[in-house]
Design a protein around this ligand. Structure first.
Ligand SMILES: Nc1ncnc2c1ncn2[C@@H]1O[C@H](COP(=O)(O)OP(=O)(O)OP(=O)(O)O)[C@@H](O)[C@H]1O
Ligand SMILES: [Mg+2]
Length: 399
């Protein structure tokens, strides 16, 4: 017998899925690079990129967990544009020092030195108290961060350990702050004591890192995509079976179809089916009962809220982009689909970027911001076409 508490599926962002399937190539590449780096050989930093919910954080955490089984001292950070990078780094280093409880005293001192040198996190008073931001001054003069990191690296290596940076949401990291870490990692690459860097971020991370240092072009980028049908079935069936629960083949087919290989949806639909089942088998009936409610919830969260705000002309653009299929498309292709020129539709494109429906992965390209938007659009085509049609009527009247 199993109950809700046995539910193996994990829907919280960044949570490790019960079976991390379809990411073997990425995991092996990262582990190989970590081994190289540990042995003192230079290794290319790796960046996992992908749209929201594709499993970047889960994969990064898996690699970090594997690295933690070696001699790595891991500095895991998630920079954001709204926090000084030094504060982010400081917290990451504090956490690394705490997590490595068995650090030798000398290494502990090395950590303390760099922690003291970095500015403390700032404290914000709530708005009704004036929203003042207070930041404690560093206790000593702040040394050049790159030098401080190099000292820490030397001490770490001296104590038989090696440094690994794991940077999530790298596309949000302030360029100047990231530059210190990237420069430091790069400088160690040609020594016998390389530090290693793994990162994850939205598409656009490569371009962001290019602004940090142009040599990041030569890092390895893995774009995480939707899982295949077989991988999706494994992601659902393996954890269930491990808990003694079978899934009827037709039920598994429906779950795979509905989640369409999108890792976030896989966990949500599998979790809903788990909660609907009784006994030792998840049946097709369980799945059919679970799907409509979950679909409504996900469509509302992911798409409806954005799509409600679209003007008729924006609807036309979205329909054209969806007709071209998943992935990025050139502005020229979209214009051709609409029977017009790129210039004519550039302002619509900008509005859709502002409304967070599309983004520009590279100059002259557009892609939906949320995975499976093309599927959502095709499932709601009639309603969107009606709204798009209104724009023609409207423009006809304006003429
Ligand atoms: N390979 C996988 N197989 C099955 N489920 C996965 C896989 N990778 C991640 N997941 C699940 O997908 C969901 C989203 O994962 P995660 O938060 O890591 O995505 P993300 O790309 O970091 O998203 P965001 O851009 O919003 O930070 C989580 O519930 C996670 O457990
Ligand atoms: Mg994430």
């Amino acid at each position: 017998m199993s109950g809700p508490a046995d539910n193996p599926f994990r829907t919280a962002p960044g949570s490790e899925p019960p079976a991390l399937v379809g990411r073997d190539a990425e995991t092996s590449a990262a582990l190989y690079s970590l081994t190289l780096s540990e042995s003192g050989a230079p290794a290319q930093p790796i960046v996992f990129t992908g749209l929201r919910g594709m499993g970047k954080t889960a994969l990064l955490r898996r690699c970090v967990a594997e690295a933690a089984n070696t001699n790595a001292v891991i500095i895991a950070i998630e920079p954001s544009a709204s926090e000084p990078f030094a504060s982010t780094l400081r917290r990451g280093i504090e956490r690394a020092a705490k997590a490595s409880a068995s650090l030798p005293q000398k290494l502990r001192t090395g950590f303390e030195k760099i922690i003291e040198a970095l500015p403390r996190a700032s404290f914000e008073l709530p708005n009704d108290l004036g929203a003042v931001s207070l930041s404690a001054p560093p206790q000593h003069e702040t040394p050049d961060l790159v030098n401080a990191l190099e000292d820490l690296n030397d001490t770490t290596r001296h104590n038989g350990r090696h440094l690994v940076f794991a940077i999530d949401e790298v596309q949000s990291g302030p360029v100047d702050g990231l530059r210190d870490v990237v420069t430091f990692v790069h400088a160690t690459a040609n020594t016998k004591r390389p530090a290693y860097l793994l990162a994850a971020g939205l598409p656009g991370s490569r371009e962001h890192l290019h602004k940090v240092r142009t040599y990041t072009e030569r890092w390895r980028y893995f774009r995480l995509d939707l899982l295949t049908v077989d991988e999706t079935k494994d992601a659902i069936a393996i954890p269930a079976r491990e808990r003694g629960i079978d899934i009827a083949p037709a039920a598994l087919d429906r779950l795979a179809e509905e989640s369409a290989g999108y890792p976030y949806f896989i966990q949500e639909y599998a979790s809903a089916a788990w909660l609907a089942h009784r006994g030792d088998v998840i049946t097709e009936d369980d799945v059919e009962r679970a799907i409509p409610g979950m679909r409504r919830l996900l469509e509302d969260d992911f798409y409806d809220a954005r799509f409600r705000l679209l003007t008729p002309r924006e609807c036309s653009y979205v329909l054209a982009l969806a007709d071209l299929g998943p992935g990025p498309h050139t502005v020229g292709e979209i214009a051709a689909q609409l029977g017009t020129t790129s210039d004519t539709i550039s302002s619509i494109r900008n509005q859709l970027v502002r409304k967070d429906v599309i983004y520009s992965p590279a100059g002259g390209m557009a892609e939906f911001r949320i995975p499976l938007t093309d599927r959502y659009v095709s499932q709601h085509k009639a309603a969107l076409e009606r709204r798009a049609h209104d724009s023609h009527v409207q423009r006809g009247r304006e003429r």
